[in-house]
Design a protein around this ligand. Sequence first.
Ligand code: RM4
Ligand code: MN
Ligand code: MN
Length: 407
Amino acid sequence: MYSSLYIKELAMSSPLDGKVADALNQFRIELPSWGFANTGTRFGKFLQLAAATTTEEKFSDAGQVHLLTGTCPTIALHVLWDFPNGARSAGDIEQFSKRYGVQAGSINPNLFQDQEYKHGSFGNPDAGVRRRAFAHVQDSVEIARQLRSRDISLWFADGSNYPGTANIRQRKSWFEELLKATHAQLSPGQRLLVEYKPFEPAFYHTDIADWGMALLLARHAGDQAKVLVDTGHHYAAQNIEQIVAWLLSEQMLGGFHFNDRRYADDDLTLGSVDPYQVFRIFHEIRFYEWETGSSPDIAFMIDQSHNLKGKIEAMIQTVKMAQELYAKSALVDYPKLIDAQNKCDLVTAESLLQDAFATDVRPMIREWRRSRGLPADPMEAFRQGGYLERITKERSARNSQTVSSYA
Ligand code: RM4
Ligand code: MN
Ligand code: MN
């Protein structure tokens, strides 16, 4: 027999349940193919026997995460790493999508690994290297078209290490020219996402160092270009949600690369260091949607490579955390918030965010999962499911042969 108090609590919690369920029904987050392969730090790799060694295995692992969470229908692909035969690999990718139930998501050209790019790609003083970089981006747009992928996501390692060694204005104009030329290659439904990063691997200047530079370049390129915010690509203490609010109001927010960090671009698990930061970002997005009645097209993506945690577990943990924080952000009472803001009632306004953040949404999420035929606890289901044991057996020989040294 339920006590009347319990029944009262249930009835009181139902509007919250509805808000959480609506938020989770909307929420999708893209997995990075590179997050399933062996990666490391610049000092070396710690090899995992279960890590994916082929593009097909990356699809298989991403398929597991989607199967258990129902929230990750797409996988971001890196052209150099996932398309060994360039555009000709697109057919294989389509097969993998069918086999493993995840579609190709954003397409990421690689403009930083080849020897030619030692001094940059779009910003390289050598016109031949710039042409080569542009040709690679053109191929990437073509790959995206073949796979019906909407977003081409550009991150540049371009920059310089010492004052006076690069003509910053000249490089800016090369970027303007080539991003515009890239935009001209897009089909109507496609988008160009421009990512920024203040340092690393270049340590004196990077050509697209912050959101303002990315915004100017995207505007110059054309209507289908938007800014991509990688949460790890900011100086410590920077107010990322303010950047998000500004990009929303300029209708220039294209997507996110989510990860957490303690110091710089650490690529740690989302929400592991500062979950309130991510909650505040989600809040700005939902508040904007509520106030304007619009639903901006924002690609939520994970950009994390875990070299210590098990890769699939770390992704499941990330997706669970992302869902929790997104669901919490759906609990902010906007009419009350606007009223408190207008009256300059600081404590009430701030508390509305804090109360939503403090709500334990996990029981509601478990309920939502059950209602969708998903395991109530995807991590537990993964640990019980036997997938990890199977892939460890299948892949360990190949993984133990991989070179792990840094130099
Ligand atoms: C960069 C950036 C890019 C990612 C590369 C591998 O720091 O975050 O998005 O593709 O790393
Ligand atoms: Mn990124
Ligand atoms: Mn990064």
